[in-house]
Structure formats: structure tokens, C-alpha cells
Write a protein that binds this ligand. Structure first.
Ligand code: GDP
Ligand code: MG
Length: 388
């Protein structure tokens, strides 16, 4: 992916508090940061993998490090990681990767995205909508992405921001699947809503009931099954459209289909990149056998290093090091000077109570008035601006 090859992924989108994190929790059977208000501020890539052993393995990967954790602490660990990479209030497009190997989870890789909000609340920046919409668009635009649109049964689907956004990139809905959460809260008319399909969901709807409060995941699944079996209205919805197990099965199937569809193209792109790298390698000087060849190669290296330094230091062009701020010397010059000035003021020698260089200053002051005979300005070396 770092080489710019898109891999198929399932991207979870939805309005604020529609239940995105809850759906992921239900699929993984682990606690994620969840609740009213802003929880998910950083994309969270979750790789679930079934593992026969009874103890689960969980880790987070962010900012170039790997943190091992467990089911009891994973929600806190995600919050800590979020604060670390996005600060206190911001939203960021760099993701946290998480892996979860656990008995019975579906083999799925999904991305939880921040929820869409229109109105900034406590301390959020004024352009919060644009920030989040930008992140979401970046993840759902690639043709390889499957959009898992999380809709709360309590709202009118056509008014959902997440529907509006997914329709922008997937008009016919052929790569959009809808999960309807909170079925328990608004059972009236739900069957009609999912069968009318006013909003073009190509891959269909799955209605679920997530864990409520402190329920265990096992209890939650049992309550969900009971709800869709016994409720007078909800029991009329087709069995292939209800429950987390159905959702897990559909997603695994969809994932297999897109991987199969995209694989030939991915292999082709990898081969193209590989061929480009091989021909670049072939253009490089081969073995160097004589001192003259070594010298030529060495001068070539020195030459390109010199050209790099010219670009960075003189012309202020950073295209070779776009993301490496340490290389943006000229642009950071004022910053560096300010830091230098602060350091200078804070160093012990700047303490006025100390007699640093006082002797030397005294000698200089005593010598004022004693002048060399006939001092003329052109004896001094001339400094042009460039030399200085
Ligand atoms: P997100 O902002 O989209 O990630 O939403 P969350 O997963 O944090 O859920 C928001 C709130 O809705 C939480 O308080 C959840 O407990 C609640 N919730 C989510 N799914 C359901 C559901 O199926 N039934 C009920 N009753 N509450 C739910
Ligand atoms: Mg969330």
C-alpha cells in the first residue's frame, strides 16, 4: 500500500453515534471505545482472525511501534493511542492498526472511521465537518473499497450524511452494504424501510441489535436472536437480513469476492512496480573494477549530494524530502534562530550575576582611545553580503 497499490478493504462509515464501533465490537467480541459524543477520531484498521487457542491475542500498531494488549484493556489502549497521534481534539487521517486473533471471530479486515458531525461541539474546530468528510472520502473513493454503511433504525435513511457521501462515490450502490443498528429501539416500520430501499443499497441490508450497557457478548447475541425471533414486527424481517452472525457471513463472502476480483489487477500492478525497479537497478553502475571507475562513481555521488544541498539550502526546494521536516532548513531558519536565541538566553553564561568575559571587556574598554596610526577603511577586508 505504501507503493500506492490499493488493496480491497471494508470501510465502516456512518453518522455520529449511529453505532459503528458497536458493530465492530459485536463482530470482534471485544470492547472498543464507545458511547455518546466523539469517540473515534482516528481511522482504526481492525484485522480480525480466527485462532483456535482459547486466549486471544491483541495488538495495536501506531507511530512506528507495536503495543500488545488484552481484551480488558484494549479500549483504553486505543484511547491512549488516539491521544498520542491526534492530540486532544483533532482528527487525523493516519490510522491505528490493530490485530485481533481470537477463537470464533470472522476473518475480516475493516476500518472504523470517525462519525460524521455537522455541528462542532466542545472544543472541536469549526471545520470539523470538512475534516472528517475529507478523511472518509479518501477511504471510500477507491473502487476496491466496500462501504459498510451503518444506519440507526431511529432515523430516516435518506437524511443520513453517510448515505449522501457513499452515493457520491458509489451511485448505484454496488459496493455498499447497509447495517441497521438499534433495531430494538425503533422496530416500527423497519421492515418497510429495508424493503423499500429508498437509498440504493446494492449489497442489501442487515438489521442488528448490538450489546447494550454491560451485557456480555454471548448474552447480547442471545438477546438479539430472541428479539428477531419473537418481536411481532421484527420477526417478519427475512432471516437472511437479521443478526450479527448473518452480517459476519455476508462480509466474509463479500471480502472473498472483492479479493478474487481485485487480485489479478493487484498482481499486475505489483509486477509493473517490480519491473520498473528492476530496470532502475539495471541502469545503475555494475561492478567497479578499476580505481578510475570507482572515482567516476564517487564523483557522481558527490555531485548529486552537492545538487541536493544546493536545492535544500540555496533554492529552498524540498521535493526530495517532502515529508522530512528536518530537511526544510531554509523554511525553518527563523524557528531555528528563535530556538537558538532562547537557548542563548538560558545558558549559564548569560546570567548577569556571573562575570563571564568581564576581564576581556575591561581590557577592551581601557584600550578605547588608543588607535593605530592612520586607520583607513580600505585596509579592512571587504565583506560582501554573499561572503558573510
Ligand atoms: P459510533 O459513534 O457510530 O461509533 O457509535 P457507538 O458504537 O459509539 O454507539 C453509540 C451509542 O449507541 C452507544 O451508546 C451504544 O451503546 C448505542 N447502540 C449502538 N448499537 C445499539 C443497538 O443496536 N441498540 C441499542 N439500544 N443501542 C445501541
Ligand atoms: Mg465510534
Amino acid at each position: 500500500m505504501k507503493e500506492g497499490i490499493q488493496l480491497p478493504t471494508i470501510v465502516v462509515v456512518g453518522d455520529q453515534s449511529s453505532g459503528k464501533s458497536s458493530v465492530l465490537e459485536s463482530l470482534a467480541g471485544i470492547n472498543l471505545p464507545r458511547g455518546q459524543g466523539i469517540c473515534t477520531r482516528v481511522p482504526l484498521v481492525m484485522r480480525l482472525q480466527h485462532h483456535p487457542s482459547l486466549t486471544s491475542e491483541l495488538f495495536l500498531e501506531f507511530n512506528g511501534k507495536i503495543v500488545h494488549t488484552d481484551e480488558a484493556r484494549v479500549a483504553d489502549a486505543i484511547n491512549v493511542a488516539t491521544d498520542e497521534i491526534a492530540g486532544d481534539g483533532g482528527h487525523i487521517k493516519h490510522s491505528i492498526n490493530s490485530g485481533c486473533e481470537k477463537k470464533g471471530v470472522p476473518d475480516l479486515t475493516m476500518i472504523d472511521l470517525p462519525g460524521i458531525t455537522r455541528v462542532p461541539v466542545h472544543g472541536q474546530p469549526a471545520d470539523i465537518y470538512e475534516q472528517i468528510a475529507g478523511i472518509i472520502m479518501e477511504y471510500i473513493r477507491p473502487e476496491e473499497s466496500i462501504i459498510l454503511n451503518v444506519l440507526s433504525a431511529t432515523v430516516d435513511f435518506p437524511t443520513c450524511e453517510s448515505i449522501r457521501m457513499s452515493q457520491q462515490v458509489d451511485k448505484t450502490g454496488e459496493r455498499t452494504l447497509a447495517v441497521v443498528t438499534k433495531s430494538d429501539k425503533a422496530p416500527e416500520g423497519l421492515l418497510e424501510k429495508v424493503t423499500a430501499d429508498d437509498v440504493n443499497i446494492g449489497l442489501g441490508y442487515v438489521c442488528v441489535r448490538n450489546r447494550i450497557g454491560d451485557e456480555s457478548y454471548e448474552d447480547a447475541r442471545e438477546e438479539e436472536a430472541k428479539l428477531f425471533r419473537n418481536h411481532p414486527l421484527l420477526s417478519r424481517i427475512g432471516k437472511s437480513m437479521v443478526g450479527i452472525p448473518v452480517l459476519a457471513q455476508k462480509l466474509t463472502q463479500i471480502q472473498a469476492t472483492i479479493i478474487a476480483r481485485c487480485l489479478p489487477d493487484i498482481v499486475r500492478k505489483i509486477n509493473e512496480k517490480l519491473n520498473a525497479s528492476i530496470s532502475e537497478l539495471n541502469r545503475m553502475p555494475k561492478t567497479l573494477s578499476s580505481p578510475a571507475e570507482v572515482m567516476t562513481a564517487f564523483m557522481g555521488i558527490v555531485g548529486s549530494a552537492k545538487e541536493s544541498l544546493r536545492k535544500i539550502l540555496i533554492r529552498g526546494e524540498f521535493d526530495e524530502y517532502l515529508d522530512d521536516h528536518h530537511m526544510h532548513c531554509t523554511a525553518r531558519f527563523v524557528e531555528m534562530l528563535n530556538r537558538y536565541s532562547t537557548e542563548l538566553h538560558n545558558c549559564p553564561e548569560s546570567d548577569p550575576r556571573r562575570n563571564f568575559l568581564m576581564e576581556e571587556i575591561n581590557v577592551l574598554e581601557e584600550s578605547i582611545g588608543i588607535e593605530l596610526p592612520n586607520p583607513s577603511s580600505h585596509c579592512l577586508p571587504e565583506y560582501s553580503a554573499e561572503k558573510s
